[in-house]
Design a protein around this ligand. Structure first.
Ligand SMILES: C[S@@+](CC[C@H](N)C(=O)[O-])C[C@H]1O[C@@H](n2cnc3c(N)ncnc32)[C@H](O)[C@@H]1O
Length: 1015
């Protein structure tokens, strides 16, 4: 039985939903638990699971409507999600007399009720209503767009701007459930019941969904939330902890969350009291510090003072605050002055006035002509390597660290109202004394805290791609050295108070651990200071350590005071609905998994992606000994040697082993989805081969544009897509033969494309060119992966076969052939009649123009098309080959370049694609010969257009050129030319194709002239 996802998937709507979820930033459901890289959108996971459980019927259109209803992504569902409050008076009206009496006054809620209590009363009222009454009440919601017709006139992405995410509403309405049940033969009244009934039907029990690379936990969390049994496993303990917390802390419900919040608040309050008692954040003016700014300083050879390093000395854009340095007599240290300057001067500072770190060189602030290379300053032997007990640089170290600015805050009364006043100042003697005190307080505790695991004690592993720079650029060898003494003292204090309550529940222990990681992310020497208006309204903000996927050592950094960490309480976000399903989390190498799941959804590390094992060590250094107390059976080691990475032979070997193992641990009718994100759509063919070798067969593939700008969905303004490949176990190992496979692939590609085009007709486009190309690959894989061998060759052997550079396996050739068929099936609208008579390179040029006119700018897509049409050199045809700004040349842009008289060049260059001879090699340019486009009729026609444009739209020179060029052949070609000219004449009116305006107009005029031409 085919499932919904094996026949279709609502790509456009899901892309918009996924994008909305990702754009929610910190208010995404799981991000509040801690940092993980490459989290998958929950809505995509939800849709994938439902798509794999829902059977496909003979009515594709109705299937789609029902599927969208389940996800509240149909028109009713999205209207239901359109935000807006139902007024309290309407709630009152709908309530029973008893509820009215107890909770309402004349019009609204009684005074003093909190938001949570109000929400609980509303839920109670809602539950007691019939579905008709619910609809009537919902109609009173004060939506930002109150008229439904007006709302529906917007595109889906535009509507979404005003909507809740599906996960944050109760689910389909009663009316929707009636339709869903009627179509599916179920009796569900919520998602979890539906999931159980569909699972029961296919697998005989509640469906079990597993993820062997669970990372931040999106897949097991969402699976459990919609009622599946969930299994999550990862090699990395940080991932294990995040996944466990998603299921048991967020999924634990409001009471668990409230208790965990209480424990965290208690520890924080105790630490706050401690910091206050020590007097290390308060000054004599009654102010408390909010932020401390530190910089590195260096004393280069020949300079008799230390130079504080910074790429900019702007402190706060809102108040024009900057730092200025002056020399003090008899000292080798400069003196900072933190002050507000005039607008004019501030502008200079923004343009890097006084910057002392420019292009990896240190600049003397007192004589900008003197500069030193940072690399050279590190010395030929590199920096001294710090030892465990180093918490600050030693006196002789090249790079020193110093405090140069403090932002103070104090609440004062202004006009009878409390007001927070801020002040930026260079440290005074008393502040420096506090810094010294911090150091001695830390020294007193350092060894004990390290031993107890309250602060990191681990060394930084050597030889890492990412971690190596910590040694090289700073000499740091231990994780605690990424923190100042002040930071260690704060974090250690919070950890100490949190760990004192040893009898607390496991969820609270986990929350305390995750909080230490979260705080460390926002409180390290790798936290950049951002003074811009854009970030903090211009008062300045400390950016998190992992604002990208790297360890960036900085010369200046911002360090929050304790109050700046209060918000990092873990697990307090309420989730829309409780987690129903049972769950289990393990720490395992995916090769060693022993759990059986009906559905595996995995998102493996791929190619040049994130160095998970190195980055996560930053957090593991904090969890370390405490982790063992919470999960005695877990290792606290990242086991880097087992991590899947790279894209070479080792990578392929581990992936084949892993997916063989997963295939072994699923029932015969089980399903898998492999998700991965990569900019180049071609690389996934490689992954397809791996999965094939693992004994799986592909049944569908879809790309979801998870990074798409909502407004850009239709324009194809994509950054990258997540490919979702659906697979089943290959039952037999039937032998396949290439000559039989080709026609099957051809049929499958055409069938797949036709079914997608049918879904696209009339409505919003679901698919873009990348989707069609991907579908072609998938169709080829569908056919290919059905077989165990091809022409007697074993797949696994082929995956690992050593080949010469650029040599292709038969398998790759078939896959590329499928792309060729897809390319040739997708004829630009209006060119159907002329298409057959065009050469491959001409078709390539026109298809490229077609995608350009629909907003496609990714160079990779133009390269993919070239592969499909067998054009090997596209550079002469591309006006711009920017990665995200590719464009084709116009006729005037090409002028007389790559133009060769007909018959003068490579005669095979303009070869026709006949239905019999479809070798993908045809139409290629020879390595050194003329470009195949140069002699093509289309190229000459473009020159004639250019001649027309140059002659102020007189068509005569262009017509004459064509006659001269083609002689008698002109008359047979004339009709085809007219059709092409008419197509080109429409381009100039297309959005963002302004460059074509003149040439399009010339095309129109030339077409008219040719139409009326007579011998
Ligand atoms: C792309 S991430 C998964 C992200 C996850 N889907 C999410 O939404 O957060 C890939 C994961 O594979 C894990 N991993 C790498 N090698 C592994 C192995 N041999 N066994 C199990 N997990 C591994 C990494 O630790 C990482 O968490």
């Amino acid at each position: 039985m085919q499932t919904f996802i094996e026949t279709q998937f609502p790509i456009a709507r899901l892309s918009a939903e996924s994008y909305k979820e990702r754009k929610a930033g910190a208010s995404q459901t799981l991000t509040g638990l801690g940092k993980w890289w490459g989290r998958k959108p929950l809505v995509l996971v939800r849709a994938s699971i439902i798509g794999m459980l829902m059977p496909a019927s003979n009515d594709a259109k109705r299937d789609r409507e029902i599927f969208l209803k389940i996800l509240t992504m149909d028109d009713d569902g999205i209207w239901q999600r359109c935000k807006g409050e139902i007024p309290a008076s309407a709630w009152r009206e709908a309530a029973s007399p008893e509820v009215q009496e107890e909770f309402f006054g004349a019009r609204s809620f009684i005074h003093g009720m909190g938001d949570e209590e109000k929400a609980a009363v509303c839920a109670q009222i809602w539950e007691a209503l019939s579905s008709e009454e619910q609809l009537a009440l919902d109609a009173l919601r004060m939506r930002p767009i109150s008229d439904r017709a007006e709302f529906e006139a917007l595109t889906y992405a535009e509507r979404l701007v005003h909507c809740e995410r599906p996960e944050n509403i109760a689910g389909p309405t009663h009316t929707a459930w009636v339709e869903i049940n009627a179509h599916l033969g179920t009796t569900a009244s919520n998602l979890s019941e539906l999931v159980q009934q569909l699972g029961q039907r296919t697998f005989g029990h509640t469906p079990r969904v597993g993820d062997s690379f669970c990372g931040g936990g999106s897949i097991p969390f969402e699976a459990a939330r919609i009622g599946c049994e969930a299994f999550g496993s990862d090699l990395n303990p940080v991932a294990g902890l995040l996944t466990w917390a998603s299921l048991n802390l967020l999924g634990g419900g409001a009471a668990v969350q409230a208790e965990v919040a209480r424990v965290q608040q208690q520890a924080f309050a105790a630490a706050d009291q401690q910091i206050t008692d020590w007097g290390i954040e308060h000054n004599e003016r009654g102010e408390r510090a909010e932020t401390f700014l530190y910089c590195v300083e260096v004393k280069p050879e020949g300079c008799d003072y230390y130079i504080p390093m910074a790429p900019s000395w702007v402190v706060a854009e809102k108040y024009n605050v900057v730092t200025r340095w002056t020399r003090i007599a008899n000292s080798d240290r400069l003196q900072p002055e933190v002050l507000a300057v005039s607008d004019a001067e501030f502008k200079l500072y923004k343009e890097k006035k006084g910057a002392t770190m420019v292009d990896s060189r240190v600049v003397d602030p007192l004589d900008p002509n003197r500069t030193w290379s940072v690399e050279a300053l590190r010395g030929t032997d590199g920096l001294r390597r710090w030892t465990n007990d180093d918490v600050v640089p030693r006196a002789g170290d090249v790079f020193q660290e110093r405090l140069y600015c403090i932002r103070w805050a104090k609440t004062v009364m202004r006009n009878g109202k409390p007001k927070l006043e801020r002040r930026y100042a260079a440290p005074e003697t008393a502040d420096l004394a506090r810094e010294t005190k911090v150091q001695s307080l830390l020294r007193e505790r350092f060894a004990g805290w390290q031993q107890a695991g309250l602060i990191p004690s681990r060394g930084i592993p050597e030889g890492g791609d990412e971690t190596a720079r910590l040694y090289r650029e700073r000499g740091w060898t231990h994780w605690h050295q990424l923190f100042t003494p002040r930071q260690l003292l704060m974090l250690g204090s919070v950890m100490q108070f949190a760990s004192e309550n040893d009898d607390e529940q496991l969820v609270s222990k986990v929350a305390n651990l995750l909080r230490s990681g979260m705080m460390a992310d926002f409180l390290s020497k790798l936290c950049r200071w951002d003074p811009t208006l854009a970030k903090s309204g211009g008062i300045g903000a400390c950016i998190q350590t992992f604002y990208n996927q790297a360890f960036n050592t900085l010369v200046t950094h911002g360090s929050r005071a304790l109050t700046g960490l209060e918000a990092f309480s873990i697990g307090t976000r309420q989730i829309g609905s409780p987690v129903f399903g049972k769950s289990k989390v393990e720490l395992r190498d995916a090769r060693d998994l022993r759990e059986v799941c009906d559905i595996w959804i995995t998102d493996p590390p791929y190619a040049d992606a994130v160095n998970y094992h190195e980055l996560a060590d930053f957090f593991l250094a904090w969890y370390d000994k405490q982790l063992g107390k919470a999960f005695p059976e877990w290792t606290s080691d990242a086991r880097a040697e087992l991590a899947v990475r790279g894209d070479g032979e080792d990578f392929r070997r581990s992936m084949v082993d892993i997916y063989k193992n997963l295939a072994r641990h699923m029932p015969a009718n089980g399903l898998q989805m492999v998700m991965f994100t990569h900019q180049d759509p071609a690389v996934w063919a490689d992954l397809g081969m791996i999965l094939w070798a693992a004994g799986l067969k592909a049944t569908a593939a879809w790309t979801i544009s998870t990074e798409t700008e909502a407004a850009g969905i239709k324009k194809g303004n994509y950054v990258q897509g997540t490919v979702c490949l659906v697979l089943r176990k290959r039952a037999g190992n039937e032998p396949g033969f290439l000559d039989e496979v080709y026609p099957l692939v051809e049929d499958e590609v055409k069938r797949q494309i036709a079914s997608m085009q049918a879904l696209d007709e009339g409505g919003e486009p679901n698919f873009n060119d990348a989707d069609y190309q991907l579908a072609a690959y998938a169709a080829a894989l569908k056919v290919l992966t059905h077989y165990g061998t091809l022409d007697g060759k074993d797949v696994e052997h082929e995956v690992f076969a050593v080949r010469e550079r650029n040599a292709k396996s038969d398998f790759q050739v078939v896959i590329e052939r499928a792309l060729g068929i897809a390319c040739d099936t997708l004829i630009p609208r209006g060119l159907d009649a002329s298409w057959r008579d065009l050469s491959l390179v001409e078709r390539y040029y026109l298809r490229s123009l077609d995608i350009e006119s629909r907003g496609e700018r990714r160079k990779g897509m133009y390269e993919e098309l070239a592969r499909g049409f067998g054009v090997s050199d596209i550079r002469p045809l591309l006006k711009s080959d920017k990665a995200n700004g590719a464009r084709m040349f116009t006729p005037s842009g090409l002028a007389a370049t790559i133009l060769i008289a007909v018959g003068a060049g490579n005669s095979g260059a303009s070869g026709q694609l006949s239905s019999q001879n479809t070798s993908s090699a045809r139409g290629r340019a020879s390595a050194n010969g003329p470009h195949p486009f140069a002699t093509s009729p289309l190229r000459h026609l473009m020159f004639a257009i250019r001649e027309t444009t140059s002659a102020d739209n007189s068509p005569e020179p262009g017509r004459q050129y064509l006659r001269d060029t083609f002689g008698q052949g002109y008359w047979t070609k004339r009709e085809g030319f007219v059709a092409l000219l008419e197509w080109l004449s429409a381009l100039g009116n297309t959005a963002d194709m302004g460059e074509w305006q003149a040439d399009s107009e010339a095309s129109r005029i030339l077409a008219g002239r040719l139409r009326n031409d007579h011998a």
